[in-house]
Design a protein around this ligand. Structure first.
Ligand SMILES: Cc1cc2nc3c(=O)[nH]c(=O)nc-3n(C[C@H](O)[C@H](O)[C@H](O)COP(=O)(O)OP(=O)(O)OC[C@H]3O[C@@H](n4cnc5c(N)ncnc54)[C@H](O)[C@@H]3O)c2cc1C
Length: 437
């Protein structure tokens, strides 16, 4: 169904740095409606941009034609507990998915920092969590159903149309509209979280042992200091030390959001205080150990708005990248108010995955909204590019198709498939042309 609804034709993303006004808003409820809309657009020369929750920082979800919102798409939900497979509509949010899995005593093997994204949105940009032996969310996809740019409904998996499967799992909405996704889950599990302040140099020195000796390791470096907050999550059998509700609220809602927001506002108003704020933040974070359901430990609320760029580097390049990053931060003509997050993923076989063919270390730069960020991000982008880095598809970067092509061995295969599946460029946008060609 087409809704020419000027009232909600205007759209903005979570960070507030991307905007668009659609010519129409489509809210299909069935796969047949998705097909009909695509066919109609192909005939009339219109463009369609499928969107998720708008949590990408880049213009990947910006539409210059019709916007397709998949939240009403109601395909059958199928849970195969024995094979640990779940099939859901693509517009389901990760939060809804986690609740569904919990009710069947299942879980996703890994998650990122938040659960607000849709299943399709998350996999389409290569969303990932941390864990040296774990791939991003797209690697948990067992099968998917795609409505291509000609309106054809394609089911694919490793056994059925493997080329489409390898391309479509991370495809930025460029090959078609994902309508159904089957995910490979695991039995529900408990994580023991150990968070502690540490020295950056010590963490880098013992990195290999740390990330290979634990399930999920990440750290946050506080600019202008030599301190990090190290977070180590391991699977354990029993939920024996849950955080008291007040402590969870104090740490994750009050300190990590309310107090941090105040500190950022102060730093924005008085940038000279930023190094002190960073040092105080690094010192204020104390050690804590607790257990909890996996999704509750992996994901936490993010209420302080920021802009972000994240680069996936060959894992061995991390120390060199960090040396350069410290020098960049020290020389900037403005201050950085947000910590730098470092995570790890395993190599995978998805053509446009940031981790294609190599174990990766991800370095994510953040800056508080309203603060300058471009010279900071661009300076690190230059370093990361030189080290063979691949930018996260959902996070800010300034690379174009010519610069990205050599970073992905299957780039040309992806282009051929794109031409085959979307010959009328129904799913293209000016931004996709810029980054994919
Ligand atoms: C606060 C915050 C925390 C974040 N944490 C992490 C993190 O921990 N790890 C990480 O890797 N990333 C993280 N991200 C980035 C985020 O996961 C990605 O940008 C993700 O793509 C957002 O999903 P979405 O549902 O909002 O999709 P959108 O941003 O709306 O869309 C993303 C892409 O998916 C496409 N798309 C959406 N639905 C469909 C569909 N049905 N069919 C085909 N294509 C579709 C869109 O066209 C677009 O290209 C974070 C972002 C924010 C704002």
């Amino acid at each position: 169904m087409v809704e020419n609804a000027p009232a909600d034709a205007a759209w903005t993303n979570w960070a507030g740095n991307q905007h668009s006004v659609a010519t129409a808003v489509l809210r299909p409820c069935t796969i047949a409606e998705v097909t009909e809309q695509i066919r109609c657009a192909a005939e009339t020369g219109e463009r369609i941009r499928p969107i998720g929750s708008g949590h990408s920082f880049t213009p990947v979800a910006v539409s210059d034609g019709r916007r397709m919102d998949l939240t009403r798409l109601a395909t059958d939900i199928r849970v195969d507990v024995d094979r640990r497979l779940v099939t859901v509509p693509s517009g389901m949010t990760l939060r809804q998915l986690n609740a569904l899995l919990t009710s069947h005593h299942l879980a996703l093997p890994n998650l990122g920092d938040i659960d607000a994204q849709t299943v399709a949105g998350a996999i389409s940009t290569g969303t990932h969590g941390t864990g040296a032996a774990y791939g991003g969310l797209a690697t948990f996809v067992e099968a998917l159903t795609l409505v291509t740019g000609t309106g054809e409904v394609l089911h694919c998996s490793a056994a059925e149309r493997p080329d489409v499967f390898d391309a479509a799992r991370v495809s930025l909405g460029a090959l078609g509209v994902l309508v159904e996704v089957t995910l490979r889950c695991v039995d529900a599990f408990v994580l023991r979280a150990h968070e502690r302040p540490a020295a950056l140099d010590a963490v880098l020195a013992e990195l290999s042992g740390l990330i290979n000796g634990h399930d999920h390791v990440e750290f946050f470096w506080f600019p202008y200091t030599s301190r990090v907050q190290l977070k180590v999550n391991d699977r354990v059998a029993v939920d024996h030390a849950p955080l008291p509700r007040w402590r969870g609220w104090l740490d994750d809602t009050f300190l990590a959001n309310t107090v941090f927001a105040g500190a950022c506002r102060l730093g924005r108003a008085a940038p000279a205080l930023a190094p002190t704020i960073s040092a105080v933040s690094a010192r204020a974070l104390s050690e804590r150990i607790y257990t909890g359901r996996s999704d509750a430990v992996f994901c936490s609320p993010r209420r302080v708005r920021f802009l972000e760029m994240e680069y996936a580097l060959p894992r061995e390049a991390l120390p060199e990248a960090f040396d350069a990053l410290r020098r960049i931060v020290d020389r900037l003509p403005f201050k950085v108010l947000f910590p730098v997050e470092v995570r790890f993923t395993a190599a995978d076989e998805i053509w446009l995955s940031h981790s294609y063919g190599r174990d990766s270390a991800y370095v994510a730069l953040h800056q508080y909204v309203g603060m300058p960020y471009e010279p900071y991000f661009r300076a690190f982008e230059e370093v990361a590019t030189g080290l063979g880095g691949r930018p996260h598809w959902g996070k800010l970067h300034w690379r174009d198709a010519a610069s990205l092509a050599p970073a992905y061995p299957h780039w040309q295969d992806f282009q051929l498939l794109r031409t085959r599946l979307d010959p009328h460029t129904v799913l293209s946008t000016p931004y996709l042309t810029q980054i994919l060609g």
